[in-house]
Design a protein around this ligand. Structure first.
Ligand code: MN
Length: 199
């Protein structure tokens, strides 16, 4: 897997985002893979859901963000694979650049594939269009299913599985807005970046 599509869309000299193929980390087989969800205040606010698979972050843009309610089916639109370092990116992408706007690390943590129990790798499960993962984040935990609904458009549904961590009343996207890394809201991240640049 590669991040060529990621690199083509970005100008490394102009954006503070990590570059793609330049810094591939050696695989550490003892480490659990990570997921990250980044709130991204671009032309429209959305949440980027990313899963570490095969040395890259498989990525989907979720317009309404993830839900903790199993009856919510959230549209998730496939986007280009991102470099692993992107899981640490919080800040602003400058005006005029691809994805311009503020990025906040909304949730992050290890995950495991529930599909692998059936001798089926997550990569293969995603190619088949149906995967289940168990997240161990600070805001989200337990099972989430990804179901492809339109391969041509790259449209999937992200749905909370009905398990012990399901909660129909929580609505984490609107009630738990702060970064799990800096504790800042997206407005505070944007303000602090502006201050740094004006100093
Ligand atoms: Mn995005």
């Amino acid at each position: 897997m590669s991040t060529d599509a990621y690199d083509r869309k970005r100008s490394p000299a102009k954006t503070g985002e990590p570059s793609g193929n330049s810094k591939r980390k050696p695989a550490n087989r003892n480490r659990q893979p990570v997921f990250v969800i980044q709130e991204h205040d671009a032309s429209t606010l959305h949440y980027d859901f990313r899963l570490e698979v095969g040395g890259v972050l498989k990525s989907w843009a979720v317009p309404k963000g993830p839900s903790s309610d199993p009856s919510d089916k959230r549209l998730a639109i496939e986007t280009e694979d991102h470099p692993l370092d992107y899981a640490d990116f919080e800040g602003t992408i400058p005006e005029g650049e691809y994805g311009a706007g503020t990025v906040v690390i909304w949730d992050r943590g290890p995950y495991r594939s529930l599909s692998s129990e059936k001798q089926h790798s997550l990569d293969a499960a995603l190619r088949d269009g149906h995967a289940q993962v168990e997240l161990d984040g600070e805001k989200l935990s337990g099972g989430y299913a990804l179901q492809r609904i339109d391969a041509d458009k790259g449209h999937w549904l992200l749905v909370k599985m009905a398990d012990g961590s399901a909660d129909a009343r929580r609505n984490p996207v609107s009630t738990e807005r702060r970064s799990v890394v800096s504790g800042k809201t997206r407005h505070q991240v944007a303000r602090d970046v502006r201050r740094e640049h004006s100093e």
